[in-house]
Design a protein around this ligand. Structure first.
Ligand code: COA
Length: 618
């Protein structure tokens, strides 16, 4: 991994000269190492609502000892500062390994998010192919697009999402990206009826035409009328099992070649088989709800081996998925970057698809068509067993996921902004309230805060459960409080959320700093400090509400699975007149209830709106 990141850093001046959207890279600031005392103060404030008073008093002593002058905290902090001098971003390489490549659970559901487009108006294989062509062409175009935003942010994630792939290895996976600045690779992979094809989309440095792609896709479809044994389903297994299966598979030279072809492809496109058809009226609101819920699951995990879980390569950074009933979406592997750059790419495609029809009526000489190459595998007895094992596990996992996609349309960001409040904070506090109403306590909460204003920055945790949110949640249903008091407590919770958000996105959260001190201790063979073994740390880092805001210009919705067995996974987007959000849980967990939680989020939004409206705008 080291090689990859250092490689990018070395390449930066060259890229900067070559590509407009990377112009700001070399002037971006470095992620700070915050002052130790500030971090420890913030840590104590943040864990207070999560601990009993006895636990808190004990943790406080441990934290004080950690922060004593000449104590272990200072030693580790100095070491971190040293590291920060030697790296463009002291955290980047650690984070990639720790959060992604060393994570051993299957990357589907547990790590890979998925994205759904609004429903498109096409049906059947012919319509499906038309949109497959659009998606292929527009993604290749996108590789050329200048995507600089309003303020300079680190754009490296944009260079990571095409031509890249995660590769399973024992203990720690590898992440491959096509060396940026080199001539682009020429092929994508297309998966249909579980059969993987390499399809050329560039020839002699030129994009091939829509009609040429269309003709190639017809060959793909005609050659595989029935589902074949799926090699791709192996990518749904836990990482260690998949690493073993991969090593075995790669012993055969043809298989090895196939794996290389997949790894180096620009992206994958999955032409899905139909799922379960809807029995009611396919026009109404109910159908749209069904469409969103059902297809969100299809995009997240493929609905099991009977449907499309085998029609995937879950390690590919971008897998575009086109279903036969107006479904367009994607599943993406997370090592490469966060949702926003992926959604930016997909927004571009969605916007085009909404406003243009494709013309594929050019006359093509069949001999001039670039090749379509089906990847054939040597499947040994052992690989067959690996496929069986992966199939059993994905079928169980797919059944276990409860995922609902909600459009809350009573109000949206416009109303909240008109009261000079943050639409993001408003939704976060509504979730705190919903969790408290359902479980009677505040949950250790993760909200992704982007740190891309720093070079190679990714995220910091915004700790949305605060003393103020906890106080508000306790008060709102308690009869002795007046509405005025409740409103003031709500505003205090929103203000605190704003404060923790600003701290996090400016690199002054506590999560990554404390993690850094733990990792540097481990790296240098020192004992892991007591602070990191104490209940304050273990409880607060065992996340029960994992959340993220990802907004889109084209009504795309991103969603992900729960990050632990008893966790809720919520992804949301505040829009001018609505909030769209998804909520995921595991059916096998007796402690969580996705249906009730989602209902309570909507109810909490309404209750907070009612409190807001008790006074005129500020
Ligand atoms: N009064 C009036 N307007 C306000 C306001 C206030 N008090 N507070 C915020 N607003 C405005 C903002 O200026 C913003 O306006 P804009 O859309 O015109 O820029 C808008 O309301 C939304 O702001 P807010 O709700 O505070 O959220 P945000 O859009 O700034 O997002 C984060 C907050 C933390 C989600 C964002 O900074 C971030 O880090 N995003 C990345 C998330 C990520 O990486 N996810 C990964 C998923 S895999």
């Amino acid at each position: 991994m080291k090689t990859k990141l250092y490689h990018q850093q070395r390449l930066l001046p060259v890229i900067t000269a070559a590509r407009g959207f990377l112009t700001h890279q070399s002037s971006l600031p470095h992620l700070p190492v915050p002052p130790l005392k500030d971090t420890l103060d913030r840590y104590l404030l943040s864990i207070k609502p999560l601990l009993t008073s006895v636990e808190f008093e004990n943790t406080k002593k441990i934290v004080e000892k950690f922060g004593e002058s000449g104590g272990i905290g200072h030693t580790l902090n100095e070491k971190l500062k040293e590291r920060a001098k030697q790296h463009n971003n002291w955290l980047a390489e650690w984070w990639l390994n720790y959060a992604y490549l060393e994570y051993r659970a299957p990357n589907i559901v547990n790590s890979n998010p998925a994205i759904i487009f609004p429903k498109f108006n096409f049906s059947g294989l012919e319509g499906q192919l038309e949109y497959v062509v659009q998606n292929i062409l527009l993604h290749i175009d996108y590789l050329e697009v200048d995507t600089a935003g309003k303020r300079p942010m680190c754009m490296i994630q944009h260079t990571n999402i095409f031509g890249s792939c995660r590769v399973p290895k024992p203990k720690r996976d590898a992440f491959y990206t096509h060396p940026y600045g080199n001539p682009p690779c020429n092929h994508i992979i297309v998966i249909y009826n579980n059969q993987i094809f390499a399809v050329d989309v560039m020839r002699n440095g030129q994009k091939i035409s829509a009609e040429q792609i269309h003709q190639q896709l017809k060959l793909v479809v005609a050659s595989t009328p029935q589902p074949v044994e799926s090699i791709g389903i192996l990518t749904s297994n836990d990482r260690d099992s998949w690493a073993e299966a991969y090593a075995h598979l790669a012993q055969d030279p043809i298989n090895k070649d196939n794996l290389e072809t997949i790894k180096t492809a620009l992206f994958a496109i999955c032409i899905d088989r139909p799922g379960i058809s809807y029995s009611g009226n396919a026009d109404g609101k109910e159908y749209m709800q069904y469409f969103r819920n059902y297809h969100s699951r299809m995009l997240l995990h493929g609905e099991g081996s009977l449907f499309n879980s085998g029609n995937r390569w879950f390690d590919k950074t971008i897998e575009l998925i086109i279903g036969p009933d107006g479904l367009i979406g994607a599943n993406y592997e997370h090592s490469a970057g966060e949702g926003p750059p992926v959604v930016t790419a997909l927004d571009h495609v969605c916007n085009y698809c909404m406003n243009n029809r494709l013309s594929t009526n050019e006359n093509i000489n069949p001999e001039s068509l670039p090749t379509v190459r089906p990847l054939h595998w040597l499947i040994t007895h052992q690989t067959r067993n690996d496929i069986l094992q992966a199939t059993t596990k994905i079928n169980k996992l797919a059944k276990d996921v409860d995922l609902r996609a909600i459009v809350f349309d009573a109000f949206g960001a416009n109303l909240v902004r008109s009261y000079k409040l943050s639409p993001d904070g408003f939704f976060q506090i509504a979730m705190q309230l919903a969790y408290y109403r359902l479980h009677g306590r505040s949950p250790p909460t993760y909200e992704s805060g982007g740190t891309r204003q720093y070079i190679l920055g990714r995220t910091e945790t915004i700790r949305s459960a605060t003393i103020e949110s906890d106080t508000f949640a306790r008060a709102i249903d308690w009869p002795s409080y007046s509405n005025q008091e409740r409103r003031e407590l709500m505003l205090a919770a929103l203000n605190r959320h704003k404060d923790v958000t600003i701290k996090a996105i400016t690199g002054h959260g506590w999560d990554r700093h404390l993690l850094g001190m733990k990792l540097i201790a481990m790296e240098q063979g020192l004992e892991v400090p007591e602070l990191h073994k104490d209940v304050g740390y273990t409880k607060s880092t065992r996340i029960l509400l994992s959340t993220s805001q990802v907004s889109s210009n084209c009504d795309l919705s991103l969603f992900f699975g729960p990050t632990a067995p008893d966790c809720y996974g919520v992804c949301y987007s505040p829009n001018p007149n609505n909030y769209r959000y998804s909520c995921s849980t595991f059916n096998s967990c007796p402690d969580t209830n996705g249906k009730l939680f989602a209902e309570l989020v909507s109810k909490s939004l309404l209750d907070m709106q009612a409190l807001l409206l008790t006074k005129p705008k500020l």
